[in-house]
Write a protein of this length. Sequence first.
Lengths: 114, 114
Amino acid sequence: GEDVEQSLFLSVREGDSSVINCTYTDSSSTYLYWYKQEPGAGLQLLTYIFSNMDMKQDQRLTVLLNKKDKHLSLRIADTQTGDSAIYFCAEIGALSGGYNKLIFGAGTRLAVHP
Amino acid sequence: NAGVTQTPKFRVLKTGQSMTLLCAQDMNHEYMYWYRQDPGMGLRLIHYSVGEGTTAKGEVPDGYNVSRLKKQNFLLGLESAAPSQTSVYFCASRLRLAGVDTQYFGPGTRLTVL
């Protein structure tokens, strides 16, 4: 079946690195995504990785993909208080009629403390 | 360019009452989605639409109806609200570019059913 799993909470000190982990089930997903939800707001696409890549770096963000283990991680370097949010991992799933949808994990709440 | 907007932002209903949540997008996207977000459960797809005049059921459609009479609007209706429908509701529209799906989310509607 389709399932995306994440740990629910992570607490880090300001300036440290944060690593948010995710496991997924559908190995046919072409892209895998990380969305960020700030308090009181909707989700925003943070970054994504093509399934043929094993790493993608974008400024303070590093995405690592281990296809064999179906494991995706998001590393935030030099974590700031503004990074406090809920982070969702997502993969592509199938809908009837040949359409697709995003399957989201439950979200990891990142708390950054001084 | 307002992106995706939702009205209302908050609503309290009594069991058995009805209401309609409105979602509007000004990006000319074909695909639109309604999700509900509950603690520890991530986002679950209620209904979706792949174009004007079309709608389809998602994972948790019971108790909800939708309409997409105009491309820019996607309405979610609750005919007879139940306490189990207390949730935060998000609308999203989708852009696919070079194979990458990006969903754009509204700010959400927080609904409480007493």
